[in-house]
Structures are given as structure tokens and as C-alpha cells.
Design a protein around this ligand. Structure first.
Ligand code: SF4
Length: 66
């Protein structure tokens, strides 16, 4: 366990914002339109898993689960 529920790999993110649509309080796009984790505790496990699955570039990782 890393203690980190979710991580966005900046180099992979293409700013498609699927994660933001799925969990708008957990993710946001920064000034470069790259996703950052705003508040991981604001999303359920299911929402984080959906964000991981729906991210078109595979940029969302769930370290505690992997
Ligand atoms: S869904 Fe993936 S590519 Fe789109 S903003 Fe989120 S992390 Fe980036």
C-alpha cells in the first residue's frame, strides 16, 4: 500500500477530461489542460476505477490497487 489512492501521469494525459466528468471533485484540469488530482477522497472507489478505465490515454493509475 502506498497510501495514494489515485495518480495522474502528466506525460500521458491528453486533457480529454473524462476523469473530470466522472469525478469532478476528485480531478481538475490545470492551466496546461492536464489533469491533476484535486481531492482523491471526494471520489468513491468505483468512480476512481471508472476514471481509470475510461481515460483514453491510460494516464490514471490506482496505486493501492495495482
Ligand atoms: S481522462 Fe485521462 S487524458 Fe483525460 S484528462 Fe483525465 S487523465 Fe487526462
Amino acid at each position: 500500500m502506498s497510501g495514494e489512492r489515485v495518480r495522474v501521469e502528466r506525460e500521458l494525459c491528453i486533457g480529454a477530461a473524462q476523469c473530470v466528468r466522472i469525478a469532478p471533485r476528485a480531478f481538475r484540469l490545470d492551466a496546461d489542460r492536464i489533469a491533476v488530482v484535486a481531492d482523491a477522497s471526494a471520489a468513491t472507489d468505483e468512480e476512481l476505477e471508472l476514471a481509470e478505465r475510461r481515460c483514453p490515454s491510460g494516464a490514471v493509475f490506482l496505486p493501492d490497487r495495482d
